[in-house]
Ligand binder design. Structure first.
Ligand code: 2NL
Length: 364
């Protein structure tokens, strides 16, 4: 008969008739429990039920079969031994439970552990593109003398892009601009060929004085090559007030050139033509490479063409209901790509838009 089965029999059936035999019987049961504990791996609940279960746990059987029917002489010692065994079983099971929980906790910790000493994920910061850097430099210069920045749509109506700028239909100035038309529900639209439309819109909306610069992308009919593209970046400027003279125009241009190219740069105005300015001028600066003595970059002229400008043609004021008799002003338009290429020594326009990191990394 196994030790477990012995709990199903009474003391009389087992032939236990003295306190010594009672102690040794309980000693055997305790040994059986201890070996059951070390043999049971994880099934703590099954172990607990088989020993402490109310209906058929070993201790219930011992109570029913050993204690209750025991003779009066043995009842005391059986009770004492049973209490000792019960205390032992409960203490060991509790200890076992704590061990299992601790092990589970350690396993969970190991699974979820975050090693703070590991190096983090490095996300390299990008840099500002040289077009952006040039824009910021140009904006800094004009903001420092009281201009504000205005931006507007790249899709414009022919009125704002041409008519209001004194460029009627069939005007030869449209030759390299009459392109990229869009048929829309609200009439013909086109990709703006300069940011001037936004200057017209600003003058329509606000009375003088006006001092604004308008940065943005513009689109033209051009055959792409090393220095031409159907899209380029522009920044236009406009100053209108009651007493702006050609001297203000020239002084502003000279200030700008010195800020952009350094204090040694000299400025030259060359007569030119734009439909929206009169007189019009090309602004040249002494060559930034040779300082004016002549080199390959300036084709040995000592001068580099920077941008176009002029006094606003009075005809433009008529379109925005400004009083051409009382007002005057100047305007200019710069190709930012050109200026960036000059400033950073880039010889080909296409690399500016190709996103090649070997190029971009050179301008941190
Ligand atoms: C160039 C030259 C220029 C302007 C743009 C302008 C705007 C208004 C009135 C008068 Cl609303 N003028 N803009 C004036 C002169 C030159 O651009 O070559 N740009 C790339």
């Amino acid at each position: 008969m196994t030790t477990a089965d012995s709990a199903k029999q009474t003391l009389a059936q087992l032939g236990v008739d003295s306190p010594e035999k009672v102690s040794s019987l309980f000693g055997g049961m305790r040994g059986f429990f201890d070996s059951a504990v070390s043999a049971s791996e994880a099934d703590w609940k099954a172990l607990r039920d088989s020993w402490l279960g109310r209906k058929s746990g070993v201790l219930s059987l011992v109570t029913d079969n050993w204690l209750k029917p025991a003779s009066p002489e043995l009842k005391r010692v059986v009770g004492q031994e049973l209490n000792k065994l019960k205390a032992h079983v409960e203490a060991v099971l509790e200890q076992k439970r704590l061990e299992i929980e601790a092990a589970a906790e350690r396993a969970a910790q190991a699974r979820e552990h975050i090693d703070l000493s590991l190096p983090g994920v490095e996300r390299p910061l990008g840099t500002r593109h040289i077009i952006r850097q040039t824009y910021e430099e140009l904006e800094r210069i004009f903001l420092s003398i009281g201009f504000s920045v205005v931006q507007g749509p790249e899709i414009e109506s022919p009125y704002y892009n041409f008519e209001a700028l004194n460029i009627p239909e069939h005007h030869p100035a449209r030759d390299n601009m009459d392109t990229f038309y869009i048929e829309g529900t609200r009439g013909r639209r086109l990709l703006r060929t300069h940011t001037s439309p936004m200057q017209i819109r600003t003058m329509e909306k606000q009375p003088p004085p006006v001092r604004i610069i308008v940065p943005g992308k513009v689109y033209r009919r051009d055959n792409p090559d090393a220095t031409h593209s159907y899209m380029f970046h522009q920044i236009e400027g406009l100053a209108v007030d009651t007493d702006i003279t050609f001297c203000d125009f020239k002084g502003t241009v000279e200030y700008f050139v010195r800020e952009f190219l350094g204090p040694k740069a000299k400025t030259r105005l060359r007569p030119s033509y734009f439909p929206f300015t009169e007189p019009s001028a090309e602004v040249d600066a002494t060559c930034h490479v040779c300082g004016g003595s002549g080199c390959r970059v300036c084709k040995f002229s000592g001068w580099i063409e920077l941008f176009g400008a002029g006094m606003v043609d009075p005809a433009v004021y008529g379109f925005v209901k400004y009083d051409a008799e009382k007002l005057s002003g100047f305007a200019f338009g710069m190709g930012v790509d050109r200026l960036a290429m000059m400033k950073y020594g880039v010889s080909e326009l296409p690399v500016l838009c190709q996103n090649d990191v070997r190029f971009l990394r050179q301008f941190p």
